[in-house]
Design a protein. Sequence first.
Length: 345
Amino acid sequence: MDLTIAALLTQDGITNGAIYALLALALVLVFTVTRIIWIPSGEFVAWGTLTLAGMQLGRVPGIVGLLVGMAVVAGAMEAWRCLRAGEARRLPQALALWCGVPLLVAALLWWLAPMNLPLPVQVVLTLVAVTTLGPLLYRVAYQPLAEASVLVLLIVSVALHFAMLGFGLWFFGAEGSRTPAFSTASFAVGAVSVSVQSLFVVGTSVALIGALALFFGRTLYGKALRATAVNRAGARLCGISPEFAGALTFSLGALLCAFCGVLIGPITTVYYDSGFLISLKGFVGAIIGGLSSYPLAAAGALLVGIIESFSSFWASAFKEVIVFTLIIPVLLWRSLTTHHHEDEE
């Protein structure tokens, strides 16, 4: 291996690592606020790519039907909750939020998808559609069990992962898809050719991470999520709704995953079941950060991308094994250095 090959591998590793960093941040965010290990996050990544690829072909994405179905179920659950609590005056607002908004998004997607729209408009539609599924999934599957143990929430996540895999096969078929690159240009830095697409991926990821830092540090809603992550009971006593915090968290997580899908589409062929493996690599980065530290999770995901890139050169048949083996020394170190507490009843 010479310096040119090492530079090319490093470029690929940083590009992939930037995508894994977004996934790691989404996983850490969801876990710290809701205590949910978000296994179905990979399906949101794959659906982001496949929805955009479908619109490129002029097809109405299958998630339109899922949006409609989940909106009806979420609306019915909210209506029942309002009526049971004797808060009928809140019913129109709840129905507008949980039924009206998703149905409007589904109608826009059904109407605009067959049109030959510019790529940026299709990207925005994809992000809006996939992001809308996030809070709906939380409301239908997780919110009724919000006070359950972490193990129960993990079992629900595994069940949702398999269910969403089946929906993905139904909606998009078994064929893989790629999306067009945002730019095919490149320029030379010494003997190394740098792709503008790679710079776009890294720049977008850095911009999103910076926007998240500003959101959590400067906005009221961001501080509310931080408070919920630190102390759920204390946040509730201060007037922060756990249901609102969970829905907002899943919205942000779904947005990050959808961005990952849009960014990864031009780089590799994505199938309906590709998201799980991608999300596992983001999960390794999140574990390096202890599922609690955003900077460490992002750094860990970047390390995963670089190690994966060099492993594909030295031992391509074992690159996945090498990447996932990273989690073993991290878990051993944390097990030996962390004080253990009994689980709360």
